[in-house]
Design a protein around this ligand. Structure first.
Ligand code: UD1
Ligand code: CA
Length: 458
């Protein structure tokens, strides 16, 4: 195989998105749109990938910070796809081989398709190969004009096509393989004498044909794959297709997904075998879930590491948290960032946690807020317990030792600690440290006024 480089066009704003964010940075299935075709060219073997940027150039560049194979080329004014590619060529100076050219708004393109195209291009020693598709509604696309023997003669844009050409159903995907020498030698030969006054990259086909060079069109069976995203309707469609592929991979790896059409798993999530994901779940940001877990309906999990055999009950929200094995959470629990739960911990309904460590077997089963706390092993946190961690200016820590029993409706006014094996009685407001093996009790003594109700009633 020849050396391979890629040019990804992404200088345009994407006006039809009606967004303050440039089109190619809109997220789809957990990645900025442009990251999908970039990954496909990488998987197909590109050593260098040149992004042609213009609108929001810094933001696009920032999305690839640290990627050694990415170079950016600035296109100050968007004068057409031919001009955009010309702007990229300095970044490829000295390169010899095949250049893949595609657009940053084609997130559905798969590396397998690129590889098929590359093989076809290179085996036929073509100057240029274009990927095409048959469309029922080709409106808006460039059309592939073929000669009487079926060979490609040129591409005509919608706005330049005569009525006969508008009938052509074979369209230009905007994805090409080009021989680098042909590209370097002919890019300057493109003019802008057309309906849009733009430099059309597509004119390179006619140039190759005129020079008697091999010019090929490879038709793809899956027209969906080359879909360019122009508006939010197509964005949603692309998301659905990508999620479908992601879900399928998980299912083939042994994960049960009860309702794949209503399960939203982003790129980069790992899930162990025999885990069951129920309908309406959203899982993203490089979450790792172990095997044999049960994730009930409408759970949202982002940036978490979850061990084996965990049970996340319905409508819980888990963010940037770590769970050991055999942990139960929810229903309707909220684990906020920095929650670290040991094996066999139980977090029940309407419990909120933030920046806490909770040891083996500890439980907070109902209606509780635990923030900035270190909780030992086998601790029971009663219903309605609150760590009062914030004094209006600073956050303070609560430390609870192993085997502590916190009764219901306890406030722990931080900074405060409860020593191991102590018991805090229900209704207590803990304001001073509790030593180990003790009882802490702060309650207004109860008084009973006998007969009081009888005197009140007429
Ligand atoms: C282009 C093709 C058309 C093809 C279609 C497939 C040309 C002349 N036409 O048309 O045959 O059917 O793609 O989707 O190539 N861009 C730049 N700089 C520019 C112009 C465009 O970076 O100066 C980028 C855009 O950001 C976009 C891509 O190139 O990502 C395509 O540009 P666009 O103007 O949308 O081309 P189409 O009119 O769709
Ligand atoms: Ca256009």
């Amino acid at each position: 195989m020849d050396s391979l480089a890629a040019i990804v066009l992404a200088a345009g704003k994407g006006t039809r998105m009606k967004s303050s964010l440039i089109k190619v940075l809109h997220p789809v299935a957990g990645l900025p749109m442009i990251a999908w075709p970039v990954a496909a060219t990488r998987d197909a073997g590109s050593e260098t990938i040149v992004l042609v940027i213009g609108h929001q150039a810094n933001a696009v560049q920032g999305a690839f910070r640290g990627a050694a194979d990415i170079r950016c080329a600035m296109q100050e004014e968007q004068l057409g796809t031919g001009h955009a590619v010309a702007c990229a060529l300095d970044a490829l100076a000295g390169f010899r081989g095949t250049v893949l050219i595609l657009c940053g708004d084609t997130p559905l393109l798969r590396s397998e398709t690129l590889k098929t195209m590359l093989t076809y291009h290179q085996e036929n020693r073509a100057a240029i190969t274009v990927l095409t598709a048959l469309m029922d509604d080709p409106y808006g696309y460039g059309r592939i004009v073929r000669n009487s023997s079926g060979g490609v003669s040129r591409i005509v844009e919608q706005k330049d096509a005569d009525t006969g050409e508008q009938e052509i159903r074979e369209i230009n995907s905007g994805i090409y393989c080009m021989d680098s020498a042909f590209l370097f030698d002919n890019i300057k030969g493109i003019g802008n004498d057309n309906a849009q006054g733009e430099y059309y990259l597509t004119d390179l086909l006619a140039i190759a044909v005129r020079k008697g060079l091999t010019c090929l069109a490879l038709q793809t069976a899956d027209a969906d794959e080359i879909m360019g995203v122009n508006d939010r309707v197509q964005l949603a469609r692309a998301g659905r297709v990508l999620r479908g592929r992601i879900n399928r991979d998980h299912m083939l790896n042994g994960v049960t997904i009860i309702d794949p059409d209503n399960t939203y798993i982003d790129h980069g999530v790992t899930i162990g075998a025999d885990t069951v994901i129920h309908a309406g779940c959203r899982i993203g940001e490089a979450t790792v879930i172990g095997s044999c877990c049960d994730i009930e309906q409408n759970v949202s999990i982002t940036g978490c590491r979850i061990g084996d055999d965990c049970h996340i009950k319905a409508s819980s929200v888990l963010e940037d948290s770590e769970l050991g094995e055999d942990v139960a959470v929810g229903p309707m629990a909220h684990l906020r960032p920095g929650t670290i739960l040991g094996n066999k911990v139980k977090i029940g309904n309407f419990v909120e946690t933030k920046k806490i460590v909770m040891g083996y077997g500890s439980k907070a089963s109902h209606l509780t807020y635990l923030g900035d706390a270190e909780i030992g092993r086998n601790v029971n946190i009663g219903c309605g317990t609150i760590t009062c961690n914030y004094d209006g200016i600073n956050k303070h820590r609560t430390v609870i030792g192993d085997d502590v029993f916190i009764g219901s409706d306890v406030q722990l006014v931080a900074p405060v600690s409860v020593g191991r094996n102590s018991l805090v009685a229900a209704g207590t407001t803990v304001t001073i440290d509790v030593p180990p093996d003790s009882l802490a009790l702060s309650r207004v003594p109860q008084i009973n006024k006998e007969g009081w109700r009888l005197k009140k009633k007429p």
